[in-house]
Design a protein around this ligand. Structure first.
Ligand code: PEP
Length: 249
């Protein structure tokens, strides 16, 4: 049995003041949610602020990206050690927006995962197919390639995988629980076939998750939680998703 895991990806939203307001409202709303792991990924500029406010709450703090080099002349990049010093325990790597707008390939994703893990950060690896790939019946082929290339020479035990169909991200179009379950079952089988003792690796669903649809998603056996974008920006709706994962699991 894997513990449900609900993660917030704020993307490029919220200032430091807004981060404080969110966390101060959110903490009391999830005080009854012991059975669920919770994570928040604010922008880099708000990590330190969030880290102070989240202390002793058990809520994990993630960055939305990391660079694969350890330090040096890489203007604008952020290293794993910088994230640790800002209070992060986790980092999201390979989000489809990074792949789409910043040309991140599986090879770059692989290098980022290796550096993050070497430095002791937990990793949420995002994978998922585009609409064209789904319509061309290539979903499993795409997922297999992303898993194989992103995890080359990496043991994913201790990591989390987020299945995020690109066509469902920020569009209001959620994959049906059956579509999500089919992809999660494929990922689970890939893990079983390629990685020893990987039954504790959690697989999250991401793509227009809301308080209304979390219940039907989380009841699927291979869906261990959710990575939430839009609906994580409001403390009430994110808390409802967390509590929905607890109730239904
Ligand atoms: C995401 O960006 O990871 C995401 C799932 O976004 P949304 O919930 O807004 O679709």
């Amino acid at each position: 049995m894997r513990k449900p895991f609900i993660a917030a990806n704020w993307k490029m939203n919220k200032t430091m003041g807004e981060t404080g307001e969110f966390i101060n409202s959110f903490i009391p709303l999830v005080s009854e949610a012991e059975g669920v792991d919770i994570l928040i990924a604010p922008p880099f500029t708000c990590l330190n602020e969030a880290s102070g406010l989240l202390q002793k709450t058990g809520i994990r703090l993630a960055a939305q990206n990391v660079f694969y080099e350890e330090k040096g002349a890489f203007t604008g990049e952020i290293s794993a050690q910088m994230l640790l010093s800002a209070g992060c325990s986790d980092v999201i790597i390979g989000h489809s927006e990074r792949r789409q707008y910043f040309s991140e390939t599986d090879e770059i994703v692989n290098r980022k995962i290796a550096t993050a893990r070497k430095n002791g950060l937990e990793v949420i690896l995002c994978i998922g197919e585009s609409l064209e790939e789904r319509e061309a019946d290539k979903t499993f082929e795409v997922l297999e390639k992303q898993l194989t290339d992103s995890l080359k020479d990496i043991d994913p035990n201790g990591m989390t995988i987020a299945y995020e169909p690109i066509w469902a991200i920020g569009t209001g179009k959620t994959a049906t629980p059956e579509q999500a379950d089919e992809a999660h079952t494929f990922i689970r089988k890939w893990l079983n076939n390629n990685v020893k003792n990987s039954d504790q690796v959690r697989i999250l669903y991401g793509g227009s998750v809301t308080p209304e649809n979390i219940g039907s998603l989380i009841t699927k056996p291979e869906i261990d939680g959710a990575l939430v974008g839009g609906a994580s920006l409001n403390p009430d709706s994110f808390a409802k998703i967390v509590l929905g994962a607890k109730v239904s699991s």
